[in-house]
Design a protein around this ligand. Structure first.
Ligand code: FUL
Length: 457
């Protein structure tokens, strides 16, 4: 079952990634580590514009690449000269981490950091000395920028790099070199509510691909006893999760709005369309995961107009779809209700609250609930949300509509979790809708039920 910290993360649902560093100016995806800090020179950096775009897209937080693999620091770290201190931007007195974090707090978004473990600039990389440096940097980020909701540790370790001028290949053993438990303990100590990301958790995991698409089913649990479960380890099992698993390690789907993670002018016309973004949203958020959508600032230090256009159209469709839960007009009845009915009745599916839920007696694991309407409703999206503090109990459901004097099954789904969205191929109209729980590991605890109409489909 999830921790309080993870429950808060689940409620984020949709947030953004900001990939921004020297690569933005050198047109690379992975900098070698020998970049002159002078190349980092945004001409019109505007943290408020970036955060406003994210907020208007519906993102509830932003995670910034404070340091990517090239080792260049977007904040004036006391432990290296390879940072914004040596850039012409703001005459060497700039701090991207500060500006973005403050803009996030001003606009009501949460803030998180990405600190690449692989550092192609640092002379000590691959040796014990680097670990001390890395942890000192982490301490700066954990103590100087307010509350963090996420600390993001990626698993890439490519080998060759500048490494203080050595220009060589350095291989490390992913399982042992970083001594992760000790680094995670620093996060716990300094930011107890921050969720830690890596391929293998501990708080949330990678979905196993960079397309933004979760597996179906997608379980929030993993088997952490497997030898391959470490950052940079095997991605097997990450898309679907593992049931029953040994720990709650829900998935984040990360994907870029463009082909690359960093801004490249040549990709200005390859921004994902609103329809592509919707498909990603339904395949990530709609499968119980959080979506981390990368929107890379350009060389001005702003979000490009093409990205904004796509995000706005995407948001308009989502807002129009989820403006009204049509199921709220229904009279609701269920095959079973746990006592007392006021506390566990099916009416709680329609109250818009995450902390109430419909529940059955312990021995009833496959109940149904029916929604009856005074006049038929037309919908093409079905929403289900489990009461997450009790874990993921439901394993399969079916949705039926009453048509021509009989029940017809219109959809099925497997795992539910934080939020399951079933996007129907076409709209259906019905005066009675029934949800059947067809398999569950324990009596279901369902928090919300929704019926929505996405316009134009
Ligand atoms: C990976 C990195 O290698 C990519 O450049 C990008 O930052 C992605 C989100 O994580 O590990």
């Amino acid at each position: 079952m999830p921790s309080e910290r993870q429950l808060r993360w689940h409620e984020m649902e949709f947030y953004g990634f900001l990939h921004f560093t020297v690569n933005t100016f050198t047109d690379k995806e992975w900098g070698y580590g020998d970049e002159d800090p002078a190349v980092f020179h945004p001409t019109d950096f505007d943290a408020d514009q970036i955060v406003r775009v994210a907020r208007e897209a519906g993102m509830r937080g932003l995670i910034l690449t404070a340091k990517h693999h090239d080792g260049f620091c977007l904040w004036p770290s006391a432990h290296t000269e390879h940072s914004v201190k040596r850039s012409p931007w703001r005459n060497g007195r700039g701090d991207v981490v500060r500006e973005i974090s403050e803009a996030c707090h001003r606009h009501g978004l949460k803030f998180g950091v990405y600190l690449s473990p692989w550092d192609r600039n640092h002379p000590e990389y691959g040796r014990p000395g680097y670990l001390e440096y890395y942890r000192n940097q982490l301490r700066e980020l954990l103590t100087q920028y307010g509350e963090l909701f996420a600390v993001w540790f990626d698993g890439a370790n490519g080998g060759d790099g500048y490494y203080g001028g050595a220009r060589e290949t350095r291989r490390i053993d992913n399982r042992t070199y970083y001594d992760w438990p000790r680094t995670w303990a620093i996060v716990r100590e300094l930011q107890p509510m921050a969720c830690i990301f890596s391929d293998a958790g501990p708080d949330f995991r990678w979905i196993g691909n960079e397309r933004g698409i979760a597996g179906d089913p997608c379980w929030a649990t993993l088997d952490l006893s497997k030898p391959a479960r470490y950052p940079g380890g095997s991605s097997e099992g990450l898309e679907h999760g593992e049931r029953p698993g040994t720990a709650w390690v829900p998935a984040e789907c990360d994907v870029s709005i463009r082909p690359g993670w960093f801004y490249h002018p040549a990709e200005d016309d390859r921004v994902k369309s609103p329809e592509q973004l919707l498909h990603i949203y339904y395949s990530s958020v709609g499968r119980g995961c959080c979506l981390n959508l990368n929107i890379p600032p350009d060389r001005r230090g702003r979000i490009h107009e093409n990205d904004i256009r796509s995000l706005r159209a995407f948001r308009r469709i989502l807002d129009a779809t989820f403006a009204t839960n049509l199921a709220r007009q229904a009279t609701v009845s269920a095959s079973a209700v746990r006592a007392p009915a006021e506390s566990y009745g099916p009416h709680l599916l329609l109250d818009g609250r995450r902390d109430t839920f419909w529940c059955t007696p312990d021995e009833v694991t496959i109940p149904w609930v029916e929604f009856q309407f005074a006049s038929p409703v037309r919908f093409n999206v079905v929403e289900l949300r489990e009461y997450l503090p009790l874990g993921q109990r439901i394993e399969a459901v079916a949705v039926d509509c009453w048509t021509d004097g009989q029940w017809t099954e219109i959809a099925r789904a497997t795992s539910i979790g934080n939020r399951r969205l079933i996007r129907l191929p076409q709209a259906v109209e019905a005066g009675r809708v029934r949800l059947r729980i067809t398999r569950a590991a324990a009596c279901p605890a369902l928090s919300e039920f929704g019926l929505y109409l996405e316009p134009g489909r």
